[in-house]
Design a protein around this ligand. Structure first.
Ligand code: ATP
Length: 349
């Protein structure tokens, strides 16, 4: 049983707050992803769980033990980093076996455990090679196998895919998801890549400037972002966010007018997703403006226009063709809109 509890955990260096009041219970066997831009405190949170950094405030509980004062080696967590940290003079077999030797695990069990871990990450045919003789993806898998072989109660992974090219990243991502499912180990995974977060996570924690912005399943975070930061960070493209004012249920901003918005009179930020809007015939839409960009994506044509003080993206049919500067009309039914407080950014609807 490896539930992890972060109880009001903060990290400060002098007056700088790296992580502010992180309070969350991570369920046994959960795959939790910490997501946010560079410097938001993801790695620091992870390092506090691993014991590589002291928490300034709060408790970290793994299973039924408060681990604040335990050394990293006594916390039963295995870490995988973006730099693989392999020993160049050892071959793959020896690299995978290394944690067993250090931990003085009964040597009689080594061979079986190494072979099982190597098989899980499809490295059996490379066991005799040195790290220098492997591709980046293979090295990353050695690092994974070395974490697996320990059979830890917790996996901590810090951007493990960031050194891989796009194609390898997708296949290794699937492999990590599969492994975690098979091994049933509580996993905390750090990334700034929202697609990685959405595809891997049971729950995502979105962070900004040391503060947790929202915790939820990928669907919850995508469908109901708690504030404009989350709305603007999740999705590809991110949610369109327009500034304007509501008067008696009608939102008005530059080039845009949408009736049927449930919000009190006053300034609001209105959001909608590119794929939820459609092009309208004959100027009947809620935005009418010249095309600013047009991109052929293969499965769709993405266009953007200026409205509500922002560039607004809309996914059109893949056969849609037009010139930059041509006027288009975009249908935005009120049902696809998200309403946020312009001052605080908090969700209103
Ligand atoms: P990245 O994606 O770039 O790795 P991150 O979200 O993992 O970013 P952290 O490494 O957790 O960010 O850093 C959070 C903040 O704490 C950053 O602003 C960083 O500059 C600061 N920080 C990290 N370590 C220290 C330290 N030892 N002393 C002072 N400030 C630090």
């Amino acid at each position: 049983m490896a539930e992890i509890r972060l109880e009001h955990v903060s990290k400060r260096w002098g007056s700088f707050v790296g992580v502010n009041d992180f309070d969350l219970t991570i369920a046994d066997r959960e795959f939790l992803v910490l997501l946010g831009p560079s410097g938001c405190g993801k790695t620091t949170t992870m390092r506090m769980i691993a014991g590589l950094e002291d928490a300034t405030e709060g408790n970290i509980v793994i299973g039924d033990r408060v681990v604040n004062d335990l050394d990293p080696k006594d916390r039963d967590v295995a870490m995988v980093f973006q730099s693989y940290g392999l020993y160049p003079n050892m071959n793959v077999y020896e690299n995978i076996r290394f944690p067993l030797k250090v931990r003085k695990v009964d040597p009689a069990s080594h061979d079986e455990r190494v072979m099982r871990a190597a098989e899980m990450v499809e490295l059996t045919e490379f066991l005799h090679r040195k790290p220098a003789e492997l591709s980046g993806g293979q090295r990353q898998r050695v690092a994974l196998a070395r974490a697996i072989v320990r059979e830890p109660t917790v996996f901590l992974m810090d951007e493990p895919l960031s050194n891989l090219d796009a194609k390898l990243r997708v296949s290794t991502r699937a492999q990590i998801k599969n492994l975690q499912h098979e091994l049933k180990v509580t996993t905390i995974y750090v990334t700034h890549d929202q697609i990685e977060a959405m595809t891997l996570a049971d729950r995502v924690v979105v962070m900004n400037k040391g503060v947790v912005q929202q915790v939820g399943t990928p669907t919850e975070i995508y469908d109901n972002p708690a504030n404009t930061f989350v709305a603007g960070f999740i999705g590809s493209p991110a949610m369109n966010l327009m500034e304007g004012e509501v008067t008696q249920g009608t939102f008005r901003g530059r080039n845009v007018e949408i009736a049927g918005i449930e919000a009190p009179d006053g300034p609001v930020t209105l959001g909608f997703r590119a794929e939820d809007a459609t092009l309208a015939e004959g100027g009947a839409g809620q935005i009418t403006a010249p095309i600013y960009t047009l991109e052929l994506l293969g499965d769709a044509t993405m266009i953007s226009v200026r409205a509500g003080g922002a560039l607004v993206a809309v996914k059109a049919h893949k056969e849609f063709r037009a010139e930059i500067g041509d006027t288009v009309s975009i249908a935005i039914p009120p049902g696809i809109c998200h309403v946020f407080d312009t001052q605080s950014g908090a969700r209103l609807d």
